[in-house]
Write a protein that binds this ligand. Sequence first.
Ligand code: LLP
Length: 413
Amino acid sequence: MFHYSQSDLYCEQTALADLAAHVGTPAYVYSSRAILENFNAYHDAFGDIPHRVCYAVKANSSLAVLGLLARAGAGFDIVSGGELFRVLKAGGDASRVVFSGVGKTADEVEYALEEGIHSFNCESEAELALIDAMASRRGVKAGFAIRVNPDVDPSTHPYIATGLSEHKFGIAISEAKAVYERAKTFSNLVAEGVSCHIGSQILDPSPILEAVDKILALAGSLRSEGHPIRHLDLGGGLGVAYHSGEKAPAIGAFIESLHARLRASGVCVMVEPGRSIVGPAGVLLTRVLYRKKSGDKEFVVVDAAMNDLIRPSLYRAHHEIIPLRKRDLPSITADVVGPVCETGDFLARDRHMANVLPGDFLAVCTAGAYGFVLSSNYNSRPRAPEVLVEGATYRVIRRREGFEDLIRGETLP
Ligand code: LLP
């Protein structure tokens, strides 16, 4: 969806240099067509297998993005009361919501029960007891799936691997059956499903297949013992290509490789993809402020910083950085850094990149997931606006913050 025509970078049919000149920088820009295509890649690949694609709200929770996906028929995977509030504001259907997370509070459980979400992905017996008690007080039944920790290594960044026994997530697969059995005594809970999520940014799907086999076996044996188990939640989606040379696993081919076993299971299959739906559909636009040299090192100082996109600083993540208007100049090797007062504030290090001049616009690619949502006001920097492109038109879906936004809610005693 992002492509050059002549020397100008476009998002769909919108020239990004024109957009940047109007909206200013830094700014997040998303392609609505790419978001829908990525969502439909999951949805279509399941074919006639009963399924629900529950978009992981944490990846990008802007109302307009959620609204787009709600209208396309998405369910939602939430991890907080705030995410449920957003989903409902965006027109999402509570009955298509699953609530994940290791630390749900009583208030959040109450809110989710009140709104009638589909089910809770539970991570401890204490949580099951809490949900049961609160459901009983309201006189309702609450659906749950136990998030099983299958003890497989997803080979991804250690901060976003979740499926090993050393991680805080889920209940060990060896103990899960006994927990489902004990949960039978909770009269306001219904064992709707089994869930798992082994990690994010997974480029080799084989560990996911290993986990799927393990939870399929568990689901089969639970059903034979009289637990309803009407769905299987396979967790987050596939990884995306952050490096220009990298190839992300194809969503369609991956889901199709699961068809035979999923069909045989006879249950509804859920997935909770976030990154692969919105990641490649977004860029962060920034403007070059200065070029400077220090010894042998060259720096490109831009107006976006770690508060706008923290992934490079936090995970050493790679994002391609390309010009909105190509110039016919030899490339350079430089660090791309922001104005924040920390050495850890960089968008790229020792990057072989286009030769840029002050005033030039750049796109930090594949920034639609875990970009804006992780942004902050650090250094009292107002947060960037978000823009949604549709063909040759675009809408500002979140305005740029101003100084007044920085002090909203504060008092001076
Ligand atoms: N479901 C659960 C229970 C999750 O914990 C996650 C992501 C997802 C679904 C969505 O996974 P995805 O399809 O996006 O891979 N901030 C990090 C990523 C954290 C992912 C946390 N959990 C980053 O910027 O790479």
